[in-house]
Design a protein. Structure first.
Lengths: 323, 317
């Protein structure tokens, strides 16, 4: 379900443009380019605020972030309290109805944002950190290092994320080794699995961006100055590829939510009694045929608003960086 | 062309070997004791030992590794922990049902998406274009199981137009089977619409803005001729790539949809395998879907090379 090729290619352009401003890394030029970079950042932020997609997406994401943090203190009912009134349709008392053990669905949907908004973004951030390191090494050193690592990245890309998730999470659930190094929380395990599976995709984008930079004059001159590879990678190239990395991060957060929701729906992700949306849809889909539509519908709408909002933001950021 | 094909197939084989190795290493990186996990902590030591012997868990690292590699050729992947049947026999019957659903989804989504992409490109930056792009962005970002659930609620339960449970009774004629398969296929089609339409739009716009299209128009070809011979042909290449990638991911996305509609495909075998901690079945399922992905992308690359002689010549060397 990805559009990696497109991202990887289009993402290089902004990096190429911004780097051409820097001719030499001499101090005064450096200072000037820092000011230019700040200017460019201001300009992008101004463009971003003018995009309705970004504003709408940001408002929705902020709403769910607020729910993730505070919903448990403001919802009308305790989302974990069972009541007698099972599977009651939406009413004035229970706006979204009640579920199979009589819990208030409205309260559960609002608090259900919590786990996924912890797990998915952390997984995406980890993947971007690891993928950036890997991609910088591949793009900078080229040759055999790149050749071998590229084959591995390609092999990883052929692996379907959800199926590998099913396999690894089942494997991990019976591994004594993981219990001993305190992987006792399923959420932490899901974070690691998703992060590792997303790393090669990020690496490929970053590699392409670094390759666009490494032969430009400022990198060549730094090499002639005798700077170490580490210095060139972190201080010279990295600041010029932050654009593609930021775009990659927002896109990855969207996919991470997508993946974690699916894994939870399939029963290997976030675990009960969490009011997680994917988990609830999985629990309540059996009663759908009996006409009890409200438990799955409101949770489905919650997932939709979150993923669409995140993708609206990602799309806007991508568009602004490509200008 | 032959040289190009050989080169691509050989590279794919290297990738296949690597990914099988990665999947195999995963089970060694997360050391587990399937015999104990399945038989329980209080099972007789003798039983546990028998289990390990039956499934070859006492064999060494290399022995198990080569057995898996050999399985790729012979399709003998050992026994399932759950049913004690050969893994391939567990998966094969479910695979063709999944293929049926996937094919139907592609048949629905391909013409609609390509048409929508063309229309969007033609009315670039107008309201219709914005609408198509935004719809595509929204539908492709929603997980397949969510789309499937909502379709089941609206068209299966509320309106009752189609079956919300896709268990097809034995002996149903093919056309009537559509009644069961339509909603799950739509759930997949809606998600893939966005990717294909957006790619088609981008490809068409690029082709329409290019010099060769301008030349074709200036030498007096009719607009339909320009469209057919110059724009479409070039706009198809990225679209085919995206579609091939989608076929690969279809295998992953289809799992959620099948579960929503209780469709007895691939995913049913997978969910049972998860419950029974049936690692051999899961392992082979991962490898098979990766294989589908690789075959799809390889085929797409070959079609693109065939469509565009420039790529064909470049890649040959």
């Amino acid at each position: 379900m990805e559009l990696e090729d497109v991202n990887a290619e289009t993402a290089i352009e902004p990096a190429l443009q911004s780097s051409s401003m820097m001719i030499d890394a001499a101090p005064n030029v450096l200072k000037q380019s820092l000011a230019e970079r700040k200017q460019a950042r201001k300009e992008r932020w101004r463009l971003l605020r003018r995009r309705p997609g970004f504003i709408i997406g940001a408002v929705i994401v902020l709403f769910w972030a607020f729910c993730a943090a505070f919903a448990q203190y403001v919802v009308p009912y305790n989302p974990f309290d069972d009541r007698d009134k099972r599977h009651m349709p939406p009413s004035a008392d229970h706006w979204f109805g009640t579920d199979q053990t009589g819990r208030d669905i409205f309260s559960r949907v609002l608090t259900g944002a919590r786990d996924i908004l912890l797990v998915a973004p952390i997984a995406a951030v980890l993947a971007v950190i690891m993928g950036t390191l890997l991609g910088m090494i591949m793009g900078y050193f080229r040759g055999w290092t790149d050749n071998i690592l590229s084959r591995f990245v390609e092999a990883f890309l052929a692996l379907p994320v959800v199926l590998v998730g099913l396999y690894v999470l089942t494997l991990a659930s019976q591994s004594d080794f993981l219990q001993t190094i305190s992987f006792n929380s399923r959420n932490i395990l899901v974070i690691y699995v998703v992060a590792v599976l997303f790393t090669p995709i990020v690496a490929r984008t970053v590699r392409a961006a670094v390759q666009g930079e490494r032969d430009l004059d400022y990198v060549v001159s730094a090499r002639l100055r005798g700077e170490s590879s580490l210095f060139i990678m972190t201080r010279e190239i990295f600041p010029n590829v932050t654009g593609p990395i930021i775009v990659e991060l927002t896109v990855r957060i969207g996919y991470a939510i997508f993946t974690v929701a699916t894994l939870s729906f399939l029963g290997v992700g976030i675990q009960p009694p969490s009011p997680d949306w994917g988990l609830t849809i999985s629990d309540e889909r059996a009663v759908l045929a009996a006409g009890i539509w409200w438990p799955v519908t409101f949770n489905a709408l919650a997932i939709i608003t979150l993923v669409v909002a995140v993708n609206l933001i990602a799309d806007s950021i991508q568009a602004v960086y490509q200008k | 062309m032959t040289k190009y094909i050989v080169k691509r197939v050989l590279l794919s084989l290297v990738t296949l070997w690597l990914l099988v190795t990665i999947v195999f290493l995963m089970s060694w990186a997360l050391p587990s004791d399937p015999a104990r996990a399945i038989l329980g902590p209080f099972a007789d030591e003798k039983l546990v030992e028998d289990f390990r012997e039956t499934f070859g868990l006492n064999d060494g690292f290399l022995e198990q590794y080569f057995r898996l590699l050999k399985g790729l050729v012979t399709f003998d992947f050992g026994l399932s922990y759950g049913t004690k049947q050969p893994v391939w026999d567990v998966l094969a019957p479910t695979l063709w049902r999944t293929a049926k659903l996937a094919t139907l989804a592609m048949i629905i989504t391909t013409p609609i998406s390509i048409f929508a992409g063309l229309i969007a490109a033609k009315f670039r930056d107008r309201r219709l274009d914005r609408g198509i792009v935004l719809t595509g962005l929204a539908t492709s970002s929603i997980p397949e199981f969510v789309t499937g659930t909502l379709l089941a609620v609206v068209f299966g339960v509320k309106l009752g137009w189609f079956k919300a449970v896709a268990i097809i009774p034995e002996g149903t004629p093919p056309l009537e089977q559509l009644n069961y398969l339509f909603l799950p296929a739509m759930a997949l089609a809606i998600v893939y619409f966005g990717y294909i339409a957006r790619m088609m739009r981008a490809g068409t716009i690029q082709a329409m803005d290019s010099d060769y299209t301008r030349t074709a128009a200036m030498k007096g070809l009719s607009s339909s001729q320009v469209m057919r011979k110059h724009v479409l042909r070039n706009a198809m290449a990225p679209t085919i790539t995206v579609m091939s990638v989608q076929i690969g991911y279809l295998v992953s996305g289809i799992v959620g949809v099948e579960v929503v509609f209780n469709y007895p495909g691939f995913s049913q075998a997978l969910l049972i395998a998860v419950k029974q901690k049936d690692l051999p079945v899961l392992q082979v399922a991962v490898i098979i879907s990766a294989l589908v992905y690789m075959v799809a992308t390889l085929t797409a690359d070959l079609i693109i090379a065939w469509l565009n002689p420039r790529i064909r010549l470049e890649m040959g060397n």
